[in-house]
Design a protein around this ligand. Structure first.
Ligand SMILES: [Zn+2]
Length: 559
């Protein structure tokens, strides 16, 4: 009988498995028994405090705000109790996943970013500029040891096939016009359902400063040593030796820096093949991924345009995958600017044309405006975000600003580019079909004029080889090959949107004075971010219920 009760008690009063039971009544041979469980039980209290810490983390509630809430509502634990629970989790996690600081080289503050700032809040910009000089890092091996058992439990990794596919990514956000917030992350590709969730991209390196080779080289020394070890020896976790396949994915700029390669506007512009700008006009030539990482490892100048040793020398070049979103964004920019250029050339870029464009943008629900730069007198316009670019690409009525025949052919070019982008994002796309469509699109882009100008037989073509960009080259010649090679994952799995989102969120959340922890020993925001990430790991491996069960009494009759 006692055993039975123990089982019941376990079932309904296991502090790990909610619901929490406050009272248990049972009868044995007509004798009534009632057991009350004390609410101040240490375990329940810990559970409750952990749930509050987790809720505070998820909602980014500041210590002051919580203190005020606790002052209003007596039932809420005091702020100091919650803080001490947070410190407890941090300490526990510090044993598992260590956080280290890295001293950064002096940042060149004279640089002015050419791109528009991603973050403009002056309070955040000030905080980031003040925190330049120190970076933070965690060990990928520590994190893997912590998360792999959970991934096995969830059947994402398989003990019978101990192989893990890792995706390394990086991102630099522009904070104001002088500084970047740079983040290097890794994610488990095998956990494909979570690959677009920022919480499943784990930060390894983090610093405010420059997005350049020198800074990344210094901050990633131990990360690269670990990656080399993972690829050469693997990693033993609970007596199983896991081996690793590595992939790298980022926007063009970050990718080129990590490859020790030129900027995209150089003569030799392609990270994957040896094409030069002088060869882009020859559209009949095939360009396949021809560069080899081991060649670059022997001599970093092995190919034109490569100047420095690749930072991820352990990742084969056909595992370096460009971000599909940036390909769409940059090519759409090009298509849009070519249209604006055409209107300017014909001399119709006046107030009326600008008004028509703004009206059409409003019609398709895109916020857009033109303004004239004071010094240069040139006209500038709103730079569009991803979603808005897709709307323009699909719905902008070119007939409003171009002649019907021009509008028709350019609309065809835009529609077919949109279709290519959709194909690129779809993991079921046949790479051969994509290659064919991409080639046809290039031919359309380069449609030559026919007939004699100013004559009735003259039909104006589209664009010249000089109008092609490195992104277009990659879309036409390399995407189908990468698509074929990485069919298992689909190119969309290498999208960097989740990492960008993560970087943006963390800057906005941690570099605001009002949200920071008070106190004399104020920690740097970088360390706070990494502690926050450690706590997120803790939450994934500990079941913390954030809802209270309504079951408080249970009556059991044992006959
Ligand atoms: Zn190429």
């Amino acid at each position: 009988m006692f055993d039975d009760f123990t089982n019941i008690s376990k079932q309904y009063y296991n502090p790990i498995d909610q619901p929490i039971l406050k009272e248990l009544q049972f009868s044995v041979k007509n004798h009534e028994y009632k057991i009350k469980f004390g609410e101040d039980n240490k375990v329940i209290k810990k559970q409750k405090h952990e749930a509050i810490v987790k809720t505070i983390d998820q909602g980014q509630i500041s210590r002051n705000a919580y203190r005020n809430l606790a002052a209003i509502e007596d039932e809420l634990p005091r702020e100091w109790a919650i803080s001490s629970q947070r410190i407890q989790i941090n300490k526990e996690m510090e044993h598992e996943v260590k956080i280290r600081t890295v001293k950064m080289p002096l940042c060149d503050n004279t640089i002015n970013l050419t791109d528009n700032p991603d973050i403009t809040d002056p309070e955040i910009v000030d905080e980031i500029i003040n925190s330049i000089g120190k970076g933070g890092q965690r060990s990928i091996k520590d994190i893997l040891k912590y998360i792999v058992p959970d991934l096995i439990k969830k059947h994402i990794l398989n003990l019978q096939q101990p192989i893990i596919n890792l995706r390394i990514s990086g991102d630099g956000r522009n904070v104001g016009r002088k500084v970047k917030h740079v983040m290097v992350t890794f994610a488990i590709l095998d956990d494909i359902n979570n690959i677009h969730n920022p919480n499943h991209h784990h930060t390894i390196v983090l610093y405010p400063g420059s997005e350049d080779y020198k800074s990344l080289d210094i901050t990633m020394i131990s990360f690269r040593d670990e990656l080399r070890e993972l690829t050469e020896k693997g990693l033993i976790i609970d007596k199983i030796n896991w081996s690793f396949n590595l992939y790298f994915s980022s926007d063009w700029k970050f990718l080129a820096i990590c490859l020790g390669f030129n900027a995209a506007n150089s003569l030799y512009f392609c990270p994957w093949c040896t094409i030069s700008k002088k060869q882009v006009a020859n559209i009949n030539q095939e360009w396949l991924i021809s560069k080899q990482m081991n060649q670059l490892n022997q001599n970093c100048n092995a190919y034109n345009g490569h100047n420095l040793p690749p930072l991820f020398d352990m990742i084969p070049l056909d595992h370096w995958i460009p971000d599909e979103l940036h390909i769409m964004l940059r090519i759409t920019d090009r298509l849009w600017n070519l249209v604006l250029h055409e209107i300017k050339e014909t001399g119709y870029f006046n107030d009326i044309a600008r008004e028509i464009i703004v009206k059409e943008m409003n019609k398709i629900k895109v916020r857009f405006q033109f303004w004239q730069e004071k010094e240069s007198q040139t006209w500038n316009h709103t730079s569009l975000m991803g979603e808005d670019k897709l709307k323009v690409l699909q719905f902008f009525d070119l007939g409003k600003i171009l002649s019907p025949s021009r509008a028709k052919i350019i609309r065809k070019l835009w529609d077919e580019f949109y279709n290519l982008y959709m194909m690129m994002c779809n993991s079921n796309t046949n790479p051969k079909e994509f290659k064919e469509n991409a080639k046809n699109w290039l031919e359309l882009f380069l449609t030559p004029s026919t007939g004699t100008p100013n004559n009735n037989n003259f039909i104006q073509g589209l664009y010249r080889p000089n109008d092609l960009t490195p992104y277009i080259h990659v879309l036409i010649y390399h995407i189908h090959e990468l698509m074929e090679k990485h069919k298992k994952w689909g190119l969309k799995s290498f999208s960097c949107a989740a990492v960008e989102k993560k970087n943006h969120q963390q800057i906005s959340e941690f570099f605001r004075k009002t949200l920071k922890d008070g106190g004399v020993n104020q920690k740097s925001a970088i360390i706070q971010i990494l502690e926050f990430e450690n706590r997120k790991l803790y939450y994934t491996t500990h079941e913390i219920s954030q809802t209270h069960s309504k079951i408080e009494k249970l009556r059991i009759n044992i006959i």
